[in-house]
Design a binder for this molecule. Structure first.
Ligand SMILES: NC(=O)c1ccc[n+]([C@@H]2O[C@H](COP(=O)([O-])OP(=O)(O)OC[C@H]3O[C@@H](n4cnc5c(N)ncnc54)[C@H](OP(=O)(O)O)[C@@H]3O)[C@@H](O)[C@H]2O)c1
Length: 418
């Protein structure tokens, strides 16, 4: 790695000469004293540029994607990510978040042979100890105790001029996309890809009905497109009819407005017959809305879950016999109730899923490279509004699709090294 001694800090939007690493960099930093509303939790600071290890790369960030995980990081709940890392032996008392990036490789470690300075890349957010015995044995690294989400559980994510990544996290940037669009899709897309293809025999097949919660959101917009690409019939759930068109253009066979129902939340006690009947009536009506869209009494073989507490009881109810509810989050709460009678009598599967391994992330990126997936970039923010766009996400007031932040890219619309 070269150290640029002439200029040790570059203004945002001015790229250092290729391969030159300034000693310091601009970053949006979260500190424990600022935990709370995302708007104020993120603050601009100048910090030291991180160094890299033999299997790592340093990427000059052109644009960063915005994800829900750094809403959590900024709020300091349910996990204080800084304290968690310090417990693991790291010394930094701050968090630089950001789990999606597009950018340019500025340095590689001595063991990195497949990437070089100048390569234009996107980054997937799966990190693990590549020397861990279970990883070397060929097990799915997503099951390794060493697994971490880069830019959430790791420091030096993409909300800074430079980010430190493991080389296997890199994938080719689609040349037809702008930096900001290329930064927007990987985390949600690869997560959705594993959920829909990574749990055989419940991989999405042609003709399957797939119920997608939050169809206009980050995960949902990717899930609709993946399911449609696989020949399935995605049905999107949203909170407003104004989102129907967006979902249908992505490939949804139909949409349901969840605001037309009110049976959400935790299940009543099973002995409270009247209340339980209320839930069942609501869930049945919701199931009928699916059948009405399809024009036949066919239930979803796959339910794509992430709201959690508010929706899991309904997801389990409407899932087809022998089908799967696959879940990667609990945005509305973690205490989701399952009426076990439906689970065992109808032999349904409730499957947890978390991000993706290399093969799944690369396979999803191939779909984007082939132009089969639209990153659904909805809004681009300047670097100094990093907190603001996380605030919008926190309040569920953000636009449909995925948001990105310009970091090194001097303006929107650029597709390669200026
Ligand atoms: N484990 C992983 O690897 C992983 C990866 C990515 C994301 N996640 C998590 O997944 C969650 C969603 O992420 P995202 O990027 O898709 O967020 P997002 O863009 O905000 O989309 C979430 C969608 O959920 C819907 N929603 C909100 N409240 C709801 C409720 N009470 N009932 C039903 N739907 C509701 C909203 O759509 P409507 O209001 O239109 O219904 C919203 O568009 C977050 O908690 C995130 O941290 C986990």
């Amino acid at each position: 790695m070269t150290t640029d001694t002439v200029k040790n800090l570059y203004p945002l939007g001015e790229a250092p000469p290729l391969g030159h690493i300034p000693a310091r960099m601009h970053a949006q930093v979260i500190r424990q004293s600022r935990f709370g509303e995302p708007r104020s939790a993120f603050q601009p600071e100048v910090i030291e540029t991180p160094s890299i290890g033999p299997d790592e790369a340093l990427v000059y960030v052109m644009a960063a994607g915005v994800n829900y995980n750094n809403v959590w990081a900024g709020r300091g709940v349910p996990v204080d990510v800084i304290a968690a890392r310090q417990k693991g032996g790291e010394v930094e008392d701050f968090h630089v978040g950001g789990s999606d990036a597009s950018g340019i490789v500025y340095a590689v470690g001595e063991n990195v042979k497949n990437w070089k300075v100048g390569d234009e890349v996107v980054v997937h957010c799966g990190m693990w100890d590549i020397h861990a015995p279970e990883v070397l044995a060929g097990e799915d690294p997503m099951f390794s105790p060493s697994f971490r989400i880069w830019g959430y559980e790791s420091n030096y994510g993409s909300f800074a001029q430079f980010t430190r990544v493991q080389a296997h996290q890199l994938a080719r940037k689609p040349s037809h996309l702008t930096w900001e669009a290329a930064a927007a899709y990987m985390l949600v897309g690869a997560t959705a890809y594993r959920m829909l293809t990574g749990w055989p025999p419940h991989s999405v097949r042609e003709g399957d009905v797939v119920l997608v919660w939050g169809g206009a959101g980050g995960l949902g917009s990717m899930a609709i497109q993946i399911a449609a690409n696989l020949g399935a019939k995605p049905i999107a759930v949203v909170s407003n009819e104004s989102k129907f068109d967006f979902c249908k253009k992505l490939g949804a066979a139909g949409c349901i407005n969840r605001k037309h129902f009110d049976h959400w939340g935790r299940l009543p006690h099973w002995e409270s017959t009247a209340e339980m009947n209320g839930f069942t009536a609501g869930a049945r009506a919701f199931g009928k809305a699916i059948w009405d869209i399809l024009g036949e009494r066919k239930s979803p073989r796959i339910v794509f879950e992430h709201p959690g507490q508010d929706t899991v009881p309904t997801s389990v109810f409407v899932c087809d016999s022998g089908g799967m509810v696959v879940i990667c989050a609990g945005t509305t709460g973690y205490n989701a109730d399952v009426d076990l009678r439906y689970l065992w009598m109808r032999q349904k599967r409730l499957q947890g899923s978390h991000f993706a391994n290399d093969e799944q992330a690369y396979a999803f990126n191939d779909l984007v490279l082939a132009g089969k997936i639209d990153p659904c970039l909805s809004r681009v923010f300047p670097f100094d509004q990093t907190g603001e766009c996380h605030q919008l996400m926190h309040e569920n007031r953000h636009p449909d699709g995925n948001m990105a932040i310009l970091v090194g890219a001097p303006r929107e619309g650029l597709k390669s090294i200026p």
